[in-house]
Design a protein around this ligand. Structure first.
Ligand SMILES: [Zn+2]
Length: 79
C-alpha cells in the first residue's frame, strides 16, 4: 500500500511511502484521536492507497507554524 502525504493547505504532494501494512504506531497515527484521523486520513481502497493530509514546509512556514509545538499533528506525521 502506498501512503501519500499531501499538503492540506496548498494540495502539494509532500511524500509517498510504500508499506506492506499500515503500522499505526510507526506512522504516528496511534496518538491521533478518532476525529483527527477522520480529518487527516483518507483511504482509497480501489487504488490500495492511503492519503494523509499534513502541511508542507512552505505552508508551515507561511502560517508561522515553524515551532513544532504549534502543529503537533502536522509535524509528527512527517517524521
Ligand atoms: Zn503546502
Amino acid at each position: 500500500m502506498k501512503i501519500h502525504y499531501l499538503c492540506d493547505c496548498c494540495g502539494d504532494p509532500i511524500d509517498i511511502l510504500e508499506v506492506e501494512e499500515i503500522d499505526e504506531a510507526k506512522l504516528g497515527f496511534d496518538c491521533l484521536t478518532g476525529e483527527e484521523r477522520q480529518e487527516i486520513i483518507r483511504f482509497d481502497a480501489g487504488a490500495d492507497a492511503m492519503y494523509v493530509h499534513s502541511l508542507c514546509d512552505f505552508c508551515i512556514e507561511a502560517m508561522g507554524l515553524a515551532d513544532p509545538g504549534h502543529n503537533p499533528a502536522g509535524n509528527s506525521l512527517l517524521h
